[in-house]
Every structure is written in C-alpha cells, then in structure tokens.
Design a protein. Sequence first.
Length: 326
Amino acid sequence: MRTVLTVENLKVEYSTKRGKVKAVRDVSVELFEGETLAVMGESGSGKTTFALAILKLLPLSGKISSGRILYRKNGNEYDVSSMSEKEIKEKIRWKEIAMVFQAAQNSFNPLMKIWDHIKDTVKDHNIRMDKNTLLSKSEELLKLLQLEPKRVLNAYPHELSGGMKQRTLIALSLILDPSILILDEPTTALDILTQRNILELLKNIKKKMNLSMILISHDLAIAAELADRVATFYAGVLIEIGSVFDVFYNPKHPYTKGLINSVPTVSRDKQLYSIPGSPPDLVFLPSGCKFHPRCEYKVDRCENEEPRLEYVESDHYVACWRWREL
C-alpha cells in the first residue's frame, strides 16, 4: 500500500508555569492509502495533541519542538511541519487533510445557519465555487450522511439533534474533498443507536470516497469496528502498533492488555480489570518506562531504561522490555 502520511520523530510541548508539558514524545507512524488507523489511550495520553499537530492547529502554548510530518499525493511530497500558516491553509488544511473535532455541539457558531458555516469554510480556504455548485455538493454530502438537505442547511445548530450535528460536521469536513479525515472521538456523548448509525455511515463514506482515516478514541469497541490498525499511546509515546487482530487478540504491552481487560463484555465469566495508579505527570516524567509505576511485570531495567518500539511479527511492534515473557 502507498503511504499518504508519515510522521517522523514528532515531539510536541506545551509551555506552562510549571515547565514544559511533554505531550507527544518522539512518535513515528505511517498512514497508508485507504486505511483507518485508530489511536487509543487514556485521557492525557497525547492522542488529540498528535492529531492537532498534523494540521498545525495546536493552541498558542503548544509547539512542535522537533520531527517532520510528510503528506504525499500524486507523486508530490509536502513537509507540513515546515509550512507557514498561510501555506498550510492554502495547500493542506481541509483541502487534503480535514478534521472532525470532539463535541459537535461546540464546533458550530450558534448564531449561524449550517449553510453559512459551509459557505464560510469554502471562502476561508480561498476556494472559488459558485453558489449552485456548492449547494449541489452540500446536498449530496448531506444525503450521503442520511440527512435531509433542505432542513439541515436552513437550520441553526440548536435545531439539530446531537447525532444530526455530528453527521453535519462530518459533511462539513468533506466539503473540499480531502484525502485524509481525522476523527477525534466522533461518537462521544451520543446514544448507542446513534453511535452505530454514525459508524456505519463512516464505513460507507470511506469506501465511496476512498478516504484514509485517523480515528482518535478511548472507546475500544469503536476502534475494533472501524480500524485496520491500532496504535496505543501512553504518556505521549507510541507503545504498541499493529493490526486490529494482533492488538486486540494478542496484545504485547501490559498497558494495552490492561485497557482491553478493563472493558466489560457480555460474558459474565470475565472479571473486570482496573489498571492501578494514575497516568504520569507530563512535566516531571518518571525514569525508564513511563508505565513502570503502574506495571505488575516491571523489573529493575524498566525503572532505568525506556524501551523503544521492537518488532514482534508481521506489522506488530511493541515498546516493552518483557513482551516475550508476558
């Protein structure tokens, strides 16, 4: 498969009064054409920062301290990490890589109708499109997401349900025909039936539009449903990556195992597992493996040396000193 996005040794830091928050530390990963990569982990593990860094949408206190983000299309390569705000806005953001942000209810201006949101998005990215063409394209996308165009386009955000707003936000992210779609917790705060509907729609859209997707989620069931590969983050580091089957049925990192075992199942035989302790302070990180204070398998080496990603089999990699023994 062709690589559409390469992240190399990415480091992202936030400046605070207490010191530098090391939100993403030396992360390298590839996204292939037509695949969905799920990024999972606890809150504060660096998932959303990783996604925002790809589009250079970090808040003012955050910055990419090192690393490269390379986007490829039609034989051309773009170093997104070195682009100015003007360049990334003109060439990459929304046109090539778009993002559906967490909490749809907060992503819309409550004083603007949906049609005005669409017009502003196109105008803001310097795309010339006549009104009829834009209207036709908007209606087509809304229908693809099982929404009634006339009702939605003339509605204010508060007139739409949570599920309708989420689907509208997805349509808005696709209005400029991007190749990559980043979804940050796309089903948060939605009931289970609405979640199921959105998941099915995302599968359909991916197939019809030949999209590559990055799914940011702490919901393992959603990751298992949508993803081709899964990447586990902990304390800003990629600690395990592999196919959905390998990661969910043969996890090699104690943290990944803990996440999977903490999810309730239909079977009453399985006892729920709770990962002890709390995520580390990202300003004052522990020595060695950052998971060692919470890990029941730790040895002296874990406390002193931080492991790097190591080949397991196929496309499965893990950062753990003791993965062969688990």
